[in-house]
Write a protein that binds this ligand. Sequence first.
Ligand code: GLV
Ligand code: MN
Ligand code: MN
Length: 406
Amino acid sequence: MENLNELAKRGALEGGGNRRLAMSDEDGAGRDYVVSRMKALGLKVVIDRVGNVVATRPGRMDGPPVMTGSHVDTVGTGGIYDGALGVLAGLEVVETLNDHDVATDHPIAVAFFSNEEGVRFTPDMMGSQVFAGTVGVPEALDAIGFDGTRYGDELERIGYAGDAECGVREVRSFLELHIEQGPVLDSSGIDIGVVEGVQGLSWTEWSLEGVANHAGTTPMEARHDAGYGAAEITSFARRMAREMGGRQVATVGVIDLHPNLINVVAETARVTVDLRNTDDLALADAETRMTEFVKEMATEEGLKYSRRTLARFAPVPFAPPMVDLIEAKARGRGSSTHRMPSGAGHDAQMLAAICPTAMIFVPSRDGISHNVNEFTEPRQIEAGANVLLDAMLELSGADSTVLDGP
Ligand code: GLV
Ligand code: MN
Ligand code: MN
């Protein structure tokens, strides 16, 4: 908890919460703090070319590590747990092994991956995608942020352009502890979410172009109003998700109007649409419905339109033996468990492409996240960290039972 509160001082917002946008000064300060903790624990720290940081504790054997980790970047109005918890809990596991002189057969690694949130540079989970080999290094370095900056330049500026090659390291297995960021565990009073997989995600940016004109003189039927188009997309997204039902969710998080003035019909709009579903066919259906809607609506209003895919991931199932292991370790500690999909995207879903992977969820009070009021109780965090510890002990072939909990 001390470490979480200490990291939260980097990029602290007035009144609580964090803003550590990827590759900002604040992200750099958060990274420096975590790296100093890694070094203090005697770990060997390696930084790769996109800024992923991997800290390793040797095992009795060489070879691929049992890895855990998450991210330290946040959304612009984030809480102090999203990402940070998974990284610092990994370091807590290492500290516990050090304190108790526990040796493991396989090395243990704690990582944090660059630009998980994807709010400044897209796609999200960028660092873990490069690590897993699904996005190339040049593509990541050349990403342009919403503020016009280049990822690679910002990475260098904050001192995290490492020289280690990406995506060539083998990983024995990967675990990520994370807050649920939804209401399921909190509302049912369950201690531990056993995550079976991550739902699919589709991020699209729509650009609409109409005609700027006078708000008082332009007859309603003569308007080509990009602001109206943005509003129509927003309400269609809601209507469509409600109609489709199941696990379909839809969000318009950005509407950027130009010139954005009270008495001018908007000339252009940039609208982001975030669609997610555990069922990939249903997700594809939602994408098609949205595209057809925009085509029809734009034609009727006389708007030009174009679309850009910012991110697209199919649902990812986690390895059943790893999922079973998490469930067994949680129950072994007397925690109540619930099997569930993850609604949020996570680095673990990218690691799942290269090694057996699973995630552990702890409750989020009132299901609030991507919000400065995000909160998880210390005892719930402790329960999650103990599951992480027990699973890592087993996966790494630890030689000791001195850490068996009550
Ligand atoms: C990442 O945090 C996402 O699920 O948007
Ligand atoms: Mn996260
Ligand atoms: Mn997040």
